[in-house]
Structures are given as structure tokens and as C-alpha cells.
Design a protein around this ligand. Structure first.
Ligand SMILES: Cc1cc2nc3c(=O)[nH]c(=O)nc-3n(C[C@H](O)[C@H](O)[C@H](O)COP(=O)(O)O)c2cc1C
Length: 183
């Protein structure tokens, strides 16, 4: 099986974030041919179109990793019915780049009640020409669970949900790659 590199971003900067924990759990649960790289968005400056031609190391790193990745996994908290500011900031920086468009995307929602942020995130991603792989999206009830990444990976039900979503995501990426080779 050809190896797959996938970038994962959490929209939360909180140390004990459920979104970050879910991503780290998925990284631990991933099969050996899948490398999940957990990226950072906390060091990006506030988006300013006047700075788009500047070399900003944290942005270069994000763009390079995204460019090398076959897919993108996103997990965002809902704040006041919107997506997290840090994630929106990161996405705004990626709008005019070549790395994002047509990238397959898997969404992890760690709070099923947080439907506004998920819908808003989908709208943003579609506007940016991302390709959301709906059958890979996972919604797992982590809010108030007190689970960290190890606890999530050990929780059979939640771990199975995450694994199943990742498996769908990877098979969609593989299919796309095959189709691209044939066409
Ligand atoms: C300022 C603030 C606003 C929030 N607004 C919402 C909201 O509108 N809807 C919701 O479901 N949860 C809301 N929450 C709860 C967070 O989404 C929840 O705590 C989530 O776990 C945070 O993600 P994290 O654990 O990855 O940091 C809010 C939390 C904070 C701190």
C-alpha cells in the first residue's frame, strides 16, 4: 500500500482541547501507511491581505505541509455559533494559495450540538474549492467527557468511529489518485 501523508489541524489553542485530543488520537489509531502530521496554526499572524507577499515562516511551514499532503483533517470548536477564530484566520491565509483548492477534507466534530460551526465551516471550505469527503466526516461526543487523546484511543466506540472515518477518507483519496492516473 502506497503511504499517505495527511495534515490535521485543530481550531482550538486550548491545552486540554477535545479537538486537538481527537486529532492526536486519530494519529495514534492510523494504520502504518498513513502519516498524520499535526500542524500548528497558533503562530500565524492575524490575516492581512497587505502581507500576502511577505515570507512568514509559520505560514510557509503550513503551506508546504499542506502542499505535500494528500488530504486535510479539520476539527474546530464552536464559539458563539461560529468556527474558531484561529482556524478562520488560517483558512483566510490559504485562500489565495495553490495548496488548498481540490484538497480532500475530513471533518471531525467533537460536539454534535455544535451544528452552526460545522455548517459554517463547510460553507467556507466549499467557497475555497476544498473537497469535503462527507462519508468520512465523524461526529463524536467528547464535550465534558474528560477524555484525553489516550482515553479517546482506548474508548472502543469512539476509536472505531474515528478509524472508520479515516478509512473512508483514505479510500476516497486512493480512488481519486487512481482516477487521476487513468485520466
Ligand atoms: C467563548 C466560548 C463560546 C462558546 N460558544 C459555543 C457555542 O456557540 N456552541 C457550542 O456548542 N459550544 C460553545 N462553546 C463550547 C466550546 O465549543 C467547547 O468548550 C469546546 O469543547 C471547545 O473546544 P476544545 O475542547 O477543542 O477547546 C463555547 C465556548 C467558549 C469558551
Amino acid at each position: 500500500m502506497e503511504s499517505l501523508k495527511i495534515l490535521a489541524l485543530s481550531g482550538s489553542l486550548r491545552k486540554a482541547s477535545y479537538n486537538t485530543a481527537a486529532i492526536n488520537a486519530l494519529k495514534a489509531l492510523a494504520p502504518s501507511y498513513v502519516e498524520i502530521v499535526v500542524g500548528g496554526i497558533g503562530d500565524l499572524p492575524l490575516f492581512n491581505p497587505d502581507r500576502e507577499n511577505e515570507v512568514i515562516p509559520s505560514l510557509e511551514k503550513l503551506k508546504n505541509t499542506l502542499g505535500e499532503s494528500s488530504g486535510l483533517i479539520l476539527a474546530t470548536p464552536e464559539y458563539a455559533h461560529g468556527i474558531s477564530g484561529p482556524l478562520k484566520n488560517a483558512l483566510n491565509w490559504l485562500v489565495s494559495g495553490v495548496e488548498f483548492p481540490h484538497k480532500p477534507i475530513m471533518l471531525i466534530n467533537t460536539s454534535p450540538r455544535a451544528s452552526h460551526a460545522q455548517e459554517s465551516l463547510k460553507e467556507i471550505l466549499i467557497t475555497m474549492s476544498g473537497r469535503i469527503v462527507e462519508r468520512a466526516n465523524v461526529s463524536v461526543p467528547l464535550l465534558n467527557s474528560e477524555l484525553d487523546s489516550e482515553g479517546i484511543a482506548k474508548n472502543e466506540e469512539i476509536a472505531n468511529e474515528l478509524r472508520a472515518g479515516l478509512s473512508e477518507f483514505c479510500s476516497e483519496i486512493e480512488t481519486q489518485k487512481l482516477n487521476a492516473r487513468v485520466n
